[in-house]
Design a protein around this ligand. Structure first.
Ligand SMILES: [Zn+2]
Length: 446
């Protein structure tokens, strides 16, 4: 039994009562938290990490990301959603192979881990999907992932347009290999890109596969007005009505964005297994709008948070994303409408629930997976009097420079701020080579 003792930290447990434990230990056995509080002397054989007053949080969860787009950072600037996809992202994704996808994924995973992210839900890519899944596996991140499914669409390159039955068959085959691998660290998710690139038969096949295999569905919806309008024109109904009619809403559906969810939608969604992942910097940069996180949460819908891909938000820094999410709700709904604790929950306990992982991760409690983030207690921005709320201090003041250790399944993947399992220099070098070859294949004039 491998065991690890984290000794002498301030624990922000994010349990139901948001318990904060001062001068406490976390004892980890076989990848799970076995005891917290005053553990006493280290059990024989345990590795001990002295925290010296550092802060321990649940590892942070990003519910919507595109690691396959990491190497496209800065190549699709200054566009709204549909031209961003048609003029840049789709031609770039169409040129992916397993090698470029692998290095793009490891590059993004490295940035995620170094910033305190321990779990991602990745919406995948078409060509190169195998490379993406291998990159995720090798990174050590906990992940829900799968290929991005598309079989139709205005402006969609041929290489991204899979025959419907083939898309479903490939998805199931990849799912068989990926789902539950690495001791349960990896889970499969069905990722139709969005309504505009998936035919009615593809949605029907996805619903069938979701029901038969018990896999969740993750897609983009109600991100931008032009997209919502195009769906109404194409399908004669809005996105939530469409999901309802094709039977997708009856299952476990997670949407990214939800900027244009209405009060009527929220009423309809109350009884569904439905969640929203909020991506504020992506929504700002593509000019999409500002989701009403407070209103969505008030309807009882779990909300996660994420940076989205590096090709739209340009950064995979989850701490800055949480800060932005919190700030924007103060503007939209008034100061105090979303507390620091509530904002932090979107990346921990509530973010876990949004991905169906609430029993496994998202809080520091015995029995849960030991996915943890240790922030330097002496980071200048974290200073505050005992009267100040530590969750507010993390949300509004912590930056990724304060990240000291990151653990997934009790394994130290970042130690003293350095990646232990990913060779940073190699990833940068191989990513650059892969990108150069991909750009040549794409024949895109940038
Ligand atoms: Zn996205």
């Amino acid at each position: 039994v491998s065991s690890l003792l984290l000794r002498g930290g301030t624990l922000l447990t994010l349990d139901e009562r948001a318990t904060v434990l001062e001068s406490s230990d976390v004892y980890i056995e076989d990848g799970r938290i076995s005891r917290i509080g005053a553990v006493g002397a280290a059990p024989p054989g345990a590795t001990v990490v002295d925290l010296g007053g550092d802060w321990v949080l649940p590892g942070l969860i990003q519910g919507h990301i595109h690691l396959g787009q990491t190497i496209f950072r800065g190549l699709a600037e200054g566009r709204r959603l549909l031209p961003w996809l048609r003029e840049r992202i789709w031609p770039l994704e169409a040129a992916h192979d397993d090698e470029s996808a692998y290095w793009s994924t490891l590059l993004g995973a490295a940035e995620c881990l170094a910033g305190g992210t321990t779990t991602i839900q990745d919406i995948g890519i078409g060509p190169g999907a195998r490379g993406l899944l291998e990159g995720i596996r090798d990174s050590g991140l906990r992940a829900l992932a799968g290929p991005c499914l598309m079989d139709t669409g205005d402006g969609l390159p041929d290489r991204l347009r899979s025959p419907t039955e083939e898309a479903l068959a490939v998805a199931e085959e990849l799912g068989d290999a990926f789902d539950g691998a690495e001791g349960g660290r990896l889970r499969f998710v069905l990722n139709p890109r969005f309504i505009l690139t998936c035919s009615d038969p593809l949605w029907a096949g996805i619903r069938e596969l979701a029901e038969r295999r018990g896999w969740p569905v993750h897609t983009h919806a109600l991100e931008q007005e032009e997209e919502a309008e195009a769906v109404r024109e194409l399908k004669g109904r809005d996105e939530i009505q469409y999901f309802d009619e094709v039977g997708i809403l009856a299952g476990d559906l997670r949407i990214a964005h939800g900027v244009w969810l209405t009060a009527g939608h929220l009423e309809r969604l109350r009884r569904s297994r439905f969640s929203v992942v909020h991506c504020p910097s992506s929504n700002l940069k593509l000019g999409s709008g500002l989701a009403d996180v407070v209103g969505i949460r008030r309807a009882g819908i779990p909300v996660g948070v994420a940076t989205d891909g590096a090709a739209c938000s340009n950064s995979l820094d989850v701490l800055s994303e949480i800060r932005l999410a919190a700030l924007l709700q103060q503007l939209r709904n008034g100061p105090g409408s979303l507390s620091g604790l509530e904002a932090l929950r979107m990346a921990t306990s509530e973010g876990a629930r949004a991905l169906g992982l609430g029993a496994e991760v998202g809080s520091i409690e015995p029995g849960k997976r030991a996915d943890l983030l240790v922030l330097r207690g002496d980071a200048l921005g974290l200073f505050g009097g005992p009267e100040s709320d530590p969750h507010d201090r993390v949300v509004y003041s912590a930056t990724r420079s304060a990240v000291r250790h990151v653990l997934v399944d009790g394994r130290l993947l970042v130690e003293e701020g350095r990646l232990t399992g990913i060779d940073r220099e190699e990833v940068l070098r191989r990513s650059a080579g892969s990108l150069a070859r991909l750009l040549e294949r794409s024949r895109l004039s940038l």
